[in-house]
Design a protein around this ligand. Structure first.
Ligand SMILES: NC(=O)c1ccc[n+]([C@@H]2O[C@H](COP(=O)([O-])OP(=O)(O)OC[C@H]3O[C@@H](n4cnc5c(N)ncnc54)[C@H](OP(=O)(O)O)[C@@H]3O)[C@@H](O)[C@H]2O)c1
Length: 254
């Protein structure tokens, strides 16, 4: 696919444009909606193959694949009245908006696909869940780190809920660092140490010959200090609270 449009040029839109263009020899033509004007202007200045369109309809007219990357609450304003030809492919990145609803809003026969790109598409190293599988869309995300098509929207929503845990992970690391600072450790030392410690964890996650429970077990001395924190903090009540939060999110996404 050579012509890609983005309606809603914010954080994730920018990451996708960077991933498609930065250091790429033959990047696609990119058409950006005018809203989010600072980001759109910046991208069109940086990449000669990217241009800002007159309005959202102009994006839809010029693009073979149209990515919808507005916030879910802005969808009516962004999409109402838009005419999308059946020869286009529409990819919605909006969390929690199902294909049936999107088809009703857009009133088009064009293939509609949902996708969950994450900010690391910027470095072309994030796997993007898609539903349903579409060859052009999967090829697009293959170029950004990989496409992971799932068969139905029920499964897609489970993956969507999983991605919602990402910033909690950063918050967990920040909480550990803050605690160490309160014990008198210089905060930059705590920050550097925590980053290094968990980069090591990331490397061990690359070993898929061991299950996640095995990896935990292999890092844990029986009755040792890791086991102590895991069982006293990540206890049954904590685990249940996480499960409940995920269940509630999934219910809302469904
Ligand atoms: N961020 C992520 O990691 C991520 C990952 C996967 C999926 N998503 C999904 O992607 C969508 C965008 O998320 P985001 O984090 O990129 O949000 P964001 O940074 O707030 O970007 C949304 C963009 O949409 C623009 N916009 C608002 N109304 C519009 C309209 N009527 N026409 C065209 N553009 C309009 C906004 O412009 P203004 O600034 O002028 O309002 C803004 O530039 C959401 O639906 C989210 O669920 C995000």
């Amino acid at each position: 696919m050579e012509r890609i449009g983005i309606i809603g040029v914010g954080e994730i839109g920018r990451a996708i444009v960077d991933g498609l263009c930065d250091g790429v020899e033959n990047p696609p033509e990119i058409y950006l909606s005018p809203r989010g004007s600072r980001t759109a202007a910046e991208l069109s200045q940086r990449y000669p193959n990217a241009q800002v369109c007159a309005d959202n309809q102009d994006v839809a007219n010029r693009s073979e694949i149209v990515l919808i990357a507005v916030r879910p609450q802005d969808r009516s304003e962004a999409l109402a009245g838009l005419r999308i030809g059946s020869d286009r492919v529409v990819v919605s990145l909006m969390a929690g908006i199902g294909i049936d609803e999107l088809r009703q809003t857009l009133g088009t026969d064009a293939p509609l696909v949902r996708a969950i790109p994450l900010p690391a598409v910027r470095e072309r190293r994030s796997v993007t869940v898609t539903c349903p599988s579409h060859p052009a869309v999967d090829a697009l995300f293959d170029g950004l780190g990989g496409a992971f098509p799932v068969a139905d929207e029920a499964g897609f929503n489970v993956f969507s809920a999983l991605t919602a845990t990402l910033t909690t992970h950063y918050w967990y690391l920040a909480t550990l660092t803050d605690w160490a600072s309160r014990q008198g450790v210089p905060s930059e030392d705590a920050d550097r140490y925590i980053r290094g410690l968990f980069q090591g964890v990331e490397r061990s996650l690359g070993d898929d010959t061991r299950s996640l429970h095995q990896l935990a077990g292999d890092h844990e001395t029986p009755n040792g200090i890791n086991e102590r924190i895991r069982t006293t903090w990540f206890d049954a009540a904590n685990s249940e609270a996480l499960t409940k939060a995920l269940d509630a999110l999934l219910a809302d996404l469904t």
